[in-house]
Design a binder for this molecule. Structure first.
Ligand code: FAD
Length: 474
């Protein structure tokens, strides 16, 4: 592991005192937490983590000042958008400074097809601005659209609502340009496009801070939110896949929820579904609704129970995407705190067979939740499978069984880039970290290949520099 310098917190704080610094203890605590607690494994390991101070820069010049000062005083810096990440991405492993980008929220310019924006802009505000200015909206967004920032999405997220049509953030064309500040004695400002984007996108802010993004947009629609039920899980999968493959039907979401998800966890659906109903949630462009009805007319195993543009439900269930992606797990957790989840990728063309094989292997220990996504032009499924948690050992075993069956797991019970990804180092991110963060101060503990290059991935990585767990009598 790289030698850890001792931070001089007091000196850094004093040097930054003219900026917007948070002094309130509770506010510092809140800014030191993300959604790591979704994972029972991370909850026990990260609950105690706390920043020494929080600073909220108002401009790129202030970001540079924070990074330069923290570099001089050896203070770790963990950047925060809105703190909605699940993998403990925004948790300050060694304390130090949390740099909260809440003030850097301006849309700089917007035109049909593209937007230039500061990283702290909340996605909902970004879309409101772009729709108002030119009738366009984000191609994709996490289901935390109402609270998450665009910088946090690109640095920590992967895709989501919109991925059924546009693929994922990492796919060519889904990010145009990133402006990045390094953490050196004299921070540099770099502009990345093309192949270079992979150096910092989905890098958890470990090797550079994004201060401006240029992203593509798609035409905005007044999306129709629909829910369909069926007694046959295979029919639910086929419905989501067929509609995503229909060339003339424009979707922004196609989620599949195995029974009893809708009945047990979707409170506003309870009166309209039965225990054995599987459900499909859709966002459909208004001009495609006729085609959806035509498709449903060909199928006698599917029932449209709700469409947001025409229904008699006394209480609206809200938007479909707040049932999908990781909101499914959130709703389940509220009812049953024992639930946790996995992130699985079922690749084309054997995705449905593989899902059925996994279903058969586990019974009701797992509840399937799938999202149709486009992968290299082919529709397949991302799984955000709900798991009835018993022990860490069993969770690891469940993951192993998935991998042996041929499913790809992105383990949400790990806080490092490698373990949450493809279990090996990303040379582009690592080489840029060595150059852009030579002291290893940016979001420490999240890139194993930098901290502990000879790690063997047999057990969960325990970052040696992490603030130790409090002792019982502390
Ligand atoms: P944060 O959590 O604050 O940060 C995320 C990571 O990015 C951290 O490592 C942080 O240090 C880093 N970071 C933040 N800003 C910058 C910057 N300017 N420069 C460099 N690094 C930076 N994710 C998805 O991809 N798709 C989903 O559909 C989805 N659904 C979710 C649903 C729920 C209920 C929850 C709790 C989470 C979900 N997530 C999803 C995860 C998360 O909400 C998204 O990835 C979100 O976009 C993160 O944005 P944020 O502003 O909260 O980022």
């Amino acid at each position: 592991m790289t030698t850890l310098p001792t931070p001089d917190i007091a000196a850094a704080k004093a040097a930054l005192a003219h900026l917007d610094i948070e002094e309130n203890e509770n506010a510092i605590k809140r800014a030191s937490r993300d959604f790591f607690w979704y994972s029972p494994v991370l909850k026990t390991r990260m609950d105690h983590l706390l920043a020494d101070f929080v600073v909220r820069p108002k401009s790129e010049a202030e970001v540079i000042e924070v990074l330069k000062t923290c570099y001089a005083y050896d203070v770790p810096v963990t950047t925060r958008g809105a703190g909605t990440g699940n993998y403990g991405q925004a948790m300050p492993m060694r304390g130090g400074c949390v740099m909260h980008l809440v003030h850097m929220n301006k849309v700089i310019s917007c035109a049909p097809g593209r937007v230039i924006v500061e990283p702290g802009c909340v996605l909902k505000d970004l879309d409101a601005h772009c729709i108002g200015a030119c009738g366009y909206e984000s191609r994709m967004m996490p289901s935390t659209w109402a609270t998450a920032t665009v910088g946090g999405f690109v640095a920590g997220g992967s895709g989501g609502v919109g991925s059924v049509t546009w693929g994922q953030l990492r796919d060519l064309g889904n990010i145009i340009r990133l402006r990045v500040v390094t953490m050196e004695e004299e921070p540099r400002i770099l502009e990345f496009r093309g192949e270079e984007l992979a150096r910092v996108s989905h890098g958890y802010g470990t090797n550079g801070i994004i201060t401006e993004l240029e992203l593509p947009l798609a035409p905005a629609y007044d999306w129709v939110h629909c829910f369909i039920t069926t007694k046959d899980f295979g029919a639910a999968m086929a419905c989501a896949e067929d509609l995503a493959n229909e060339d003339g039907i424009l979707l922004k979401l196609a989620s599949v929820f195995e029974a009893p998800t809708a009945k047990a966890y979707f409170k506003r659906m309870e009166a309209y579904v039965e225990e054995d109903d599987h459900m499909v949630g859709l966002m459909v462009a208004p001009h495609a609704m006729d085609a959806l009805i035509t498709y449903l007319g060909r199928r006698d195993d599917l029932s449209l129970i709700y469409r947001s543009d025409d229904n008699d439900w006394p209480r609206s269930p809200g938007v479909a995407f707040e049932y999908g992606w990781n909101h499914t797990t959130l709703r389940a957790l509220k009812v049953n705190p024992e639930i946790t989840y996995l992130q699985v990728r079922y690749g084309f063309p054997d995705h449905k067979e593989l899902i059925e094989k996994i279903r058969a292997a586990f019974g009701d220990e797992l509840i399937q939740h799938l999202e149709a996504i486009r992968m290299n032009g082919k529709v397949a499924f991302a799984g955000l499978t709900m798991v009835k948690f018993t022990t860490e050992e069993r969770l690891d075993e469940i993951i192993r069984i998935h991998e042996e069956a041929g499913a790809l797991i992105f383990n949400p019970h790990r806080y490092t880039l490698e373990e949450g990804g493809r279990q090996h180092s990303d040379e582009r991110q690592l080489s840029f970290k060595k150059e852009a963060d030579p002291k290893g101060l940016l979001n420490p503990g999240k890139m194993i290949s930098f901290e502990t290059p000879d790690f063997d991935f047999k057990d969960i990585y325990a970052y040696p520099g992490m603030t130790p767990l409090p002792t019982e009598d502390a």
